[in-house]
Design a protein around this ligand. Structure first.
Ligand code: COA
Length: 445
């Protein structure tokens, strides 16, 4: 069977940087440690006045296509995953294709375009669609472009405000890919939940604390389903475990629960039992409260063990590095985590070719998905070609006044008199509204 997976990735961050410790914390009257230590976030990326989900998606895709020497005719499918769409009918992928057709000679006339929605898990669902399309042999030699793009903004003074972010991750899905192949086993945990939603409004309605509980519950179910479907979860078999990262502190909470599940019935559980006792099993307790208390106690002890710490520092912590600098990118977050982990291996000069990733995606509303990927031999060259760290470094560090202005600009205002804070160069920019309420874009040389 042909191997299918991610052949290339390009990332575009919003051009503005909100420093959480220096700028946001004093204005909110909060201790900076709440953001940097508690949530694990140093800064948020935010979009300048001329940036939005289309410009970021188009800029990442343009860079990807140029670098890989692709023409529009080579692409048979464009799927955009987003929670920040501004139109209930016309998909963002048509806008992105329109942008790209301004700079390429050919067009995407025969490409199937769509938009995927299921909160932050939609990016992974779009990868899944592309994988299935290619595996079914319907691609006729063509590749799929999957783009996760979001402006993750919360209402002012919502607890989620500290976790904002904006950026796009464009991924090329192809046969015999250079970065990772997708393994066929999958696990899902999915239930009708009301933890985070955007009922036709720009800023979400959020029950933040509940959303954290729902994240953990769906992840556990997805893990059980993955194992039932034949997936391997032994922690030592994975180079990295990228989680959906709304903020790194969330991953810090999810990781020990995942680890506890993964080591059950393995040599690791036996070794740990000598140090902190066996894992509590529900049938050993009279009430669910007693079981929950025992589990909480066990998990606390687990996090203190060398065994767990070494695994966390090796396989999980490196995956939240980019996220700590840019905030939550919703649909793109787990895909940033994958890249972040691979950069750790590149920086350490560690060859992880042939090793596996265990990828754990989540979307509010709510659904988790778990699958494994195998790292391919072209991963180093692909990572070396990416410019994400230069982009992060080049962001314009905004004042709190500028933050207040830019937050208003992105509340879907029709017109704005806020001046751009950066100068666009060789990129797509938002260029005003058309007569039918469509958004318009142009390429700036
Ligand atoms: N130094 C160190 N840590 C500190 C601190 C300080 N000065 N002040 C607070 N903290 C810690 C808290 O103890 C907490 O950590 P813990 O959960 O491990 O105890 C963390 O910082 C956050 O503080 P908290 O008071 O819980 O923050 P909050 O209630 O204002 O907001 C969320 C947290 C997650 C509810 C909020 O960011 C949110 O709504 N986010 C959007 C929804 C989301 O991302 N959900 C995740 C699933 S998708």
């Amino acid at each position: 069977m042909t191997e299918v997976g991610i052949d290339a990735i390009e990332i575009e961050t919003g051009k503005l940087k909100l420093d959480l410790a220096e700028t946001f914390a004093p204005a909110q009257g909060e201790d900076p440690g709440k953001y940097t230590k508690g949530l694990g976030l140093d800064a948020s990326s935010l979009p300048d006045t001329y940036e939005d989900i289309v410009t970021m998606a188009a800029n990442a895709s343009h860079r990807l296509m140029k670098r890989k020497g692709l023409e529009p005719e080579d692409i048979g499918r464009i799927d955009v995953a987003t929670e920040s769409a501004f139109d209930n009918s016309k998909p963002v992928s048509t806008y992105v294709a329109g942008c790209l057709e301004q700079v390429f000679d050919g067009d995407f006339l025969h490409a199937n375009k769509g938009e995927r929605k299921f909160a932050c898990v939609a990016g992974t669902q779009a990868l899944d669609d592309a994988f299935n399309w290619i595996r079914a042999g319907r691609n006729q030699g063509r590749k799929a472009l999957v783009i996760a793009t979001d402006t993750a903004l919360y209402a002012r003074d919502d607890p989620g405000e500290a976790t904002q972010g904006a950026g796009a991750v464009a991924m090329l899905i192809d046969e015999n890919p250079d970065i990772v192949t997708f393994e066929p086993e999958q696990g899902f945990g999915s239930a009708d939940e009301t933890d985070f939603l955007k009922p036709n409004q720009q800023f979400p309605s959020v029950d933040g604390k509940r959303s954290m509980q729902v994240y953990l519950a769906r992840m556990r179910e997805a893990m059980q389903d993955f194992v039932r479907n034949g997936g391997d979860v032994h922690p030592e078999n994975f180079a990295y475990v990228p989680f959906h990262t709304p903020f790194p502190g969330m991953v810090r909470k999810a990781a020990p629960l995942g680890y506890r599940h993964c080591v059950r019935g393995t040599d690791i559980e036996e070794a740990l039992a000598e140090e902190i006792g066996p894992q509590p099993r529900s049938d050993e307790f009279d009430t669910s409260e007693e079981f929950l208390d025992a589990i909480t106690e066990y998990t606390k002890k687990l996090q203190e063990t060398d065994q767990y710490r070494e695994w966390y520092e090796r396989a999980v912590e490196p995956t939240v590095d980019i996220s700590s600098q840019v905030g939550n990118w919703y649909t793109g977050s787990v895909h940033l985590a994958r890249v972040s982990g691979l950069f750790d291996a590149l920086d350490a000069g560690r060859d992880v070719t042939g090793k596996q990733l265990l990828v754990a995606s989540y979307g509010s509303g709510a659904q988790a998905e778990i699958h494994a990927e195998t790292i391919q031999s072209g991963w180093q060259d692909e990572l070396e070609a990416m410019t994400i760290f230069e982009q992060i470094e080049d962001r314009h560090d905004i004042s709190f006044q500028e933050y207040e202005d830019i937050h208003d600009v992105h509340n879907h205002d029709e017109t704005t008199d806020v001046e751009p804070m950066t100068t666009p160069h060789e990129e797509f920019v938002f260029d005003g509204w058309g007569r039918m309420g469509e958004r318009q874009y142009r390429y700036v040389e």
